[in-house]
Design a protein around this ligand. Structure first.
Ligand code: SF4
Length: 60
């Protein structure tokens, strides 16, 4: 599964980082960035995608 974060949409709320600290991190611009593009923890990534208030996280 590949995970991407839409930098335009992300508001830097940090929810995804709290849910999956191994997958997401906040970058210098205060936006969420992918630490690991291919993860085994699909469950976590999907949870984060659903929790994101602006639907900035895409999982394929
Ligand atoms: S949950 Fe969404 S808006 Fe919040 S930091 Fe993550 S990608 Fe950005």
């Amino acid at each position: 599964m590949k995970i991407t974060v839409d930098q335009e949409k992300c508001i830097g709320c940090g929810a995804c980082v709290s849910i999956c600290p191994d997958i997401f991190k906040l970058n210098d611009a205060g936006k969420s960035e992918i630490k690991q593009e291919n993860t085994e923890d699909e469950e976590c990534a999907k949870n984060a995608a659903q929790t994101c208030p602006v639907n900035a996280i895409n999982t394929e």
